[in-house]
Design a binder for this molecule. Structure first.
Ligand SMILES: Cc1cc2nc3c(=O)[nH]c(=O)nc-3n(C[C@H](O)[C@H](O)[C@H](O)COP(=O)(O)O)c2cc1C
Length: 195
């Protein structure tokens, strides 16, 4: 079981960082598993606490992958790490142990406290589609062009049928990034350059 959340962490100076992560369930613990290099990883090594922000605002997932990381944060009492101001709920996490790995270390976290802020409003297919495209965008370098194009064509059905303005905006940011990536990858002759 993996829960897709926005993780907040801080560095030793207290500067906050936000990033989407899939938290892996391991009994009572949640595992944060960042691929190297990662700001989240560096922060967890400096300050072994994090917040798992449960949010259905998919603009934050899409935004983090497209250079839009300025989402409002809110302090949580005496806890060192802030939460997303608009999180539906959050969990305060303490790193209990680290399984070192050259590629992808695993930070096993204990939940210290959870709090709900806003009621969950139900599932939405367009939000799920944006999340899927966000995951795809985070792996663009490893995926063949035809797989990327087929996935987008399928996911777009849910966007066309069920998206609100926020989901459309988030979808647009991600599609822009995919197009820039595919454009860069086109051979020179396909762009009308060269001989
Ligand atoms: C839904 C979702 C889940 C993700 N889960 C992970 C993860 O488990 N590990 C990881 O390294 N990156 C994951 N990513 C990609 C990171 O969010 C992205 O690479 C991010 O910039 C992490 O690097 P940072 O800590 O330097 O910000 C995920 C992205 C999305 C959209």
């Amino acid at each position: 079981m993996i829960r897709e959340v926005i993780v907040t962490t801080v560095d030793a100076s207290g500067k906050a960082h936000i990033a989407p992560f899939g938290l892996i369930a391991a009994g009572e613990e949640w595992i944060i598993a960042p691929f190297r290099p990662s700001a989240t990883l560096a922060n967890l090594q400096e300050v072994p606490y994090a917040v798992a922000n449960y949010t259905d605002d998919v603009r934050i997932f899409a935004g983090c992958l497209t250079g839009r990381r300025e989402w409002p944060l809110a302090p949580i009492g005496t806890f060192l790490v802030p939460r997303l101001a608009d999180a539906l709920a959050h969990a305060e996490l303490a790193v209990e142990r680290i399984e070192e790995d050259a590629r992808r270390p695993r930070f096993f976290c204990r939940v210290l406290r959870q709090e709900q802020h806003t009621p969950f409003q139900g599932l939405n297919r367009a939000k799920a589609a944006v999340l899927e495209l966000a995951v795809l965008v985070s792996r663009l370098d490893f995926l063949p062009r035809d797989k990327i194009e087929r996935e987008i064509e399928y996911l777009k059905i849910a966007i066309d049928k069920t998206a609100g303005p926020e989901e459309k905006e988030a979808w647009g940011w991600l599609v822009e990034k995919v197009e820039a990536h595919l454009g860069d990858r086109e051979p020179a002759h396909a762009r009308g350059e060269g001989s």
